[in-house]
Unconditional design. Structure first.
Length: 389
């Protein structure tokens, strides 16, 4: 079902395109994502359990007869023009998410020509719902369609991820782009980030809702600490592998091995690697609970995930911890934890449907009183992945 909000969004983008370029464009919609459990596990070749949401970026595109690229951001009312004949360089603004993908296509020697592109969307920016992956995936999908390149979905996911790694400069894992492209309505995706095999698991929301509570803070530590966590895990794994050559993935490590090898060497490496090992185990348990429709137990594992992210992985912040602590004693909240990279953004909460409004009001008031900042709340539905409109 296309909601009124999405309908208006599509119309706005289409109209703007026609106004600017006097033509009827091809339209692509690509969603943001949530992640139920399995955080900071993707770049550790572990498991994640994301889903696409009903908030999307819409791209309107049309091929040009020359080598020029004309871009327009509807939400920022900003434009950019460049040419395929000169080297593309990051401008450190919104255009990087588009040009990063273009650059990947060029590197892969995929035949491109110039194009006109307008985009806009309702994925909140900077709230941890992967608005950047939504745009990258929309662009990859749109270029593939317009220039009839016959890429398969996983190839487009990888190109979009590499755009983020190499052009935008964020060394992220594959989860966000994967979820945005492969999302399925009312299903969560259990992805093995090592083999890239995945299973889509039904996630019915009759009795409860997924509520995102946005701290409205973004601590500047975020991106630098993200890369620090990555290398701490890599170094920890290397030490384990030197002692036990059969260990090539943190999800296969035992607590005994961690205690024996990492604890005497570095409490930081120990805590990081222990978190990753435990989070992978929690995710596997959570999937079993989901198959049995045991949402209480599923929610408990979410609380466990938050504790690990906060204490062992140290990517939470006081505002996120406060939001999770507030809902913990509430019997109508099955589970809650910080979501995404951390250091700000949202918590994800599983909440009994009829308790949602009361929860948002109570927690919102407490948050404002405690921090002086206004909390934002989003009730999200699980939607389909990137598609042609
Ligand atoms: C960000 C990254 C993802 C993933 C999460 C943490 O969203 O883009 O690849 O690492 O953080 O789970």
């Amino acid at each position: 079902m296309v909601t009124q909000e999405k309908e208006t969004l599509i119309q706005n983008i289409q109209q703007k395109f026609t106004e600017l370029f006097h033509a009827d464009p091809l339209l692509v919609s690509s969603p943001g994502r949530i992640n139920l459990i399995g955080e900071h596990t993707d770049y550790n070749n572990g498991y994640v359990l994301p889903a696409a949401i009903d908030k999307v970026t819409v791209v309107a595109i049309q091929e040009r007869m020359d080598e020029e690229i004309h871009l327009y951001s509807f939400d920022l009312n900003a434009n950019a023009v460049m040419s395929l004949t000169t080297e593309l360089k990051p401008a450190e603004d919104w255009s990087d998410y588009v040009l990063g993908v273009v650059q990947q296509f060029i590197q892969q020697k995929l035949p491109l020509k110039g194009f006109n592109l307008v985009f806009g969307g309702n994925v909140p920016l900077g709230a941890g719902m992967s608005s950047s992956a939504a745009l990258e995936c929309a662009v990859a999908f749109a270029l593939n369609e317009v220039f009839q390149l016959s890429l398969d979905t996983m190839q487009m996911v990888k190109l979009a991820q590499k755009a983020e790694n190499e052009f935008v400069g964020v060394n992220c894992g594959i989860m966000d782009q994967f979820a945005s492209m492969f999302g399925k309505k009312n299903r969560v995706l259990k992805l093995d980030c090592s083999s890239l095999e995945y299973e889509s698991v039904p996630f019915e929301m009759d009795e409860f809702r997924i509520v995102l509570l946005d701290t409205n803070v973004k601590h500047s530590l975020g991106s630098s600490e993200y890369n620090v966590r990555r290398s701490q895990c890599e170094e920890g794994l290397q030490l384990l592998n030197q002692a036990f050559p059969s260990i090539t993935n943190l999800r296969d490590v035992s607590l005994d091995q961690l205690d024996q090898i990492l604890l005497p060497k570095s409490s930081v490496f120990y805590n990081r690697c222990r978190y990753v090992m435990e989070e992978n185990n929690r995710l596997l348990k959570a999937c079993n609970e989901l198959h049995q429709n045991n949402m209480r137990a599923f929610g408990e594992l979410m609380f466990g995930s938050h504790a690990g992210l906060s204490q062992r992985y140290e990517v939470s912040c006081p505002e996120l911890d406060f939001l999770v602590e507030q809902v913990k004693p509430m019997s109508d909240v099955y589970g809650a934890r910080m979501m995404g990279g951390g250091f700000g953004g949202c918590t994800i909460n599983l909440v009994k449907t009829d308790a949602v409004a009361g929860l948002i009001e109570t927690v919102g008031n407490a948050y404002h009183q405690h921090t002086g900042t206004t909390m934002q709340a989003y009730i999200v539905q699980i939607g389909d992945g990137t598609s042609l409109l």
